[in-house]
Design a binder for this molecule. Sequence first.
Ligand code: ATP
Length: 603
Amino acid sequence: MVGEFRRGLWDALSPAQRRRLLFVSSLVALGAGIQGLAPLALTTGVDRLTAGNLPAALVAVTAYAAMAGLSRALRQGVSLAYGAVARGFERDLYRKAYAHALALPHAVHLDRRAGELARTVTDGVRGWRRMLDAAVFTALPFVVEVGTVGAVLLSASIPTSILGVLLAFVLTYGLVFHRGILGQRGSFRTAARADAEAQGVASDALVSQETVKLFTREAFVEEKIGGAFARGGAAWDFYNRIVAINGLLLSAIFTLALGTMLLLAAGEVAAGRMSPGGFVLVNAYVLQVVGPVERLGQMAREVVQGLDLTARLRELMAEPGETALSPGTQTLAGQGPVALAIQDLQFGYDPRRPVLHGISLAIPAGQTLAVVGRSGSGKSTLARLMCGLYRPDSGTLRLDKMPISDLSLAALRSAVAVVPQDTVLLHDTLRANVIFAWPDAPEAALLEAARVAGLSVLVEALPDGWDTVVGERGLRLSGGEKQRVAIARAVLRRPRLLILDEATASLDTRTERDIQSALEAAASEVTTLVIAHRLSTVRNADEIAVMEDGRIVERGSHDTLLTLGGRYAALWHAQEEVALSSLAGGEQAAAHPTRSTPDWESA
Ligand code: ATP
């Protein structure tokens, strides 16, 4: 536990933060020492008063008041300096935790709710902060105060009966407290976990708000969120009950011990073996010992709860990031388009269900390969493997003869740009979303990328132009507009391999054709992999591969595939027919090409 504490807190602090923390700690220790000695001054005051020495009594009482005040003032003063250390520590921890969460493999993110992940980080940071607070404001003063009080009590000739009761009290109190904490731990963990789950359910509902509204499932979702928080609430109620019972037991022990010691002290005074000052000393020090013992108990609870709160964050931080899983370090030599070679690629998201069964493909540098095939045949999976989002089970992917597993992920991803099927934009302006690919892009490059992607028309039409805020995940834009932003972003990246995964599927035929010719004009500077359903969009590709159930079943140029008379030819003719009839029938079919286009099932 101490090692965990040191690694989590001390090692996480910068040298300047450590120096400040040591300074704060020494002030806290000084305050505790003064507080430990203060009752001595009071005792002296009482004794001088009973002896009729008023001036000396006044000096002693004033000293007592000054010591008590000073120790409190020190504590207040240190909280200012401590605040800066603690905030710096929290800020660094948040940054590190989120950076690590972001670096976790794609598959891990798909398994978790973002809200739950955020809650894990918040809980973890809160936990470390609680432990830091406890260490500085409880553990340290405890050691100093108990040391001072112990020394005073031993030197003040307190009757052994009273010391014996005090010792018994401290031991019993500690034991009951310890057992209490162990008993509470499980229910605390359950409650904290239930809270994180509830947070996950709630944030999931917010992210899916559109679906909730469209299916009028508000009441259902509210019920679900309510249920999740109710489970959290019940777990906290149970935990609070255990804490309260333990607290009552501890109060009883304290009252019994204090009463016994004061009665014993009163007996000593009555028998003339103890001065009234001594009686005051016993009362003051019993309280003084009880204070730190109680605070130590609270600290133990804080530390145990802190460790429980941080447990999930520690687990998260121990999970290997995707760079650890992809240890390649090489960079890709040269510039311009790369040659892509895929050899006998096998992959399954789940070992029980293989998705790709030995894919072999090649695209010479600067050429375009189109992959077509029915839904679920594994086309996007191929794209995800090319960007290193997953690792193949076997087989190799090479860029310019270099296996991508030898490349660092950063090198791989700066060479490859993807326009994914579902575009997710940042909740920011259009400009910020496009230059995300290249933050220092010159204006001319941005405008050129916008032109190629057919985005310029949209920017001109929007009242706020490039400064238009696109909304959460880009939901203020239409599907086709989002796709154009994604294409501009990918073009601005100036990749050496461009992957277009159904990148123009939400666009009308005319815009699609315009973007396609602009992309084709720029195509010689980049190797392109196009994934598409509409065959008209891929007829100019240098090669077309037809995929079915994770296998390539046909390959060749458009003309070769037509001559072959297989799956591709059948679908081509079917789609042609619909296109011709829609031309004859007007614009409606052209505006919704995917709806009326025959697919692999119908061909
Ligand atoms: P579409 O044309 O509909 O986009 P596709 O050919 O691109 O389909 P993929 O997205 O590659 O298909 O999916 C191939 C198979 O892998 C599908 O059966 C899908 O259910 C499965 N799959 C995709 N992503 C995951 C994932 N993260 N975990 C488990 N299975 C997945």
